[in-house]
Design a protein around this ligand. Structure first.
Ligand code: ADP
Ligand code: MG
Length: 248
């Protein structure tokens, strides 16, 4: 097994992954290429975050600060313990294909937590990718007809060590009638289960609440693979919104 510890140098698989994503996703797309080219070599880390598709607004967040804020809510003790344990055990999580199912109301930092984990995983040279459910749906609706995008989709599903799927409820709300779409969505999780790869999911509802939509097979797969993390509290966006004027 290839060590991903920084002191032993970057593993070849990491750069293969980096170039594969750029080839499959960025090729011919000037807008995306510009995004990674704005960073010089001294900002390599930002380039790596960008290629992992982490939204730029999350680059600046610091793990300790965010965890401290979440821990202020006494109801979040269990959640904070689970996140801390996962954060310091990424190698073990990757080895065993263990992921997270982070759920809670809007604005309690679910997405932020996943980006903090991905940023650390990127720095440890794991292959990482952040995927919004709306982008997955968009692919399933139209992208699968495009050879390049299909290769990109298969590559991400089959190879990435830590895959974030943000806001999964959207994915399952598309389930209802379209059998072909359901097949694609199921395939993501079945393949990753087969390959022993870790998936980190955010959701506005607990697993039980979407059990019916996702079906019994995926439900038991999630129960077996994902640590349940419930985050509580108030919407951070409310307090941020109230401070906007002070920023000007
Ligand atoms: N600990 C924190 N302190 C300050 N702002 C935060 C913190 N965590 C998240 N935020 C901000 O609050 C907003 C909501 O966070 P987000 O992770 O998107 O929530 P969720 O995914 O639970 O809806 C984001 O704009 C983020 O910048
Ligand atoms: Mg979110």
């Amino acid at each position: 097994m290839i060590s991903r510890k920084k002191k032993k140098g970057t593993p070849r698989t990491f750069w293969e992954h980096y170039h594969k994503i750029v080839d499959l996703c960025y090729d011919g797309n000037e807008e995306l290429l510009e995004k990674i080219n704005v960073f010089g070599s001294e900002e390599q880390q930002q380039r790596l975050f960008t290629v992992a598709n982490i939204p730029q607004k999350y680059f600046k967040f610091d793990y300790n600060e965010i965890i401290e804020t979440i821990a202020l809510d006494i109801d979040n003790q269990t959640a904070v313990n689970s996140i801390k344990t996962y954060y310091k055990s990424l190698q073990k999580a990757a080895d065993q294909g263990i992921g997270l199912y982070i759920h809670g109301p809007h604005g309690v930092a679910k997405t932020t937590i996943t980006t903090l984990i991905l940023k650390k995983a990127v720095n440890l040279y794991f292959r990482c990718f952040f995927w919004k459910s709306s982008d997955i749906i968009e692919f399933i609706r139209s992208g699968w007809k495009n050879e390049n995008r299909r290769r990109f989709f298969d590559y991400v599903v089959n190879t990435v060590d830590f895959l974030v799927i943000d806001d999964i409820v959207r994915l399952f709300s598309e389930y209802k009638e379209a059998a072909a779409e359901k097949l694609y969505i199921d395939k993501i999780f079945i393949k990753r289960d087969d390959m022993n790869l870790s998936t980190i999911i955010t959701s506005n509802v607990g697993l039980d609440a979407i059990q019916e939509q996702m079906g019994p097979a995926l439900y038991s797969n999630f129960r077996e693979r994902l640590i349940d993390v419930e985050v509580r509290g108030d919407d951070f966006r409310d307090s941020i919104g109230n401070q906007l004027l002070n920023k000007l």
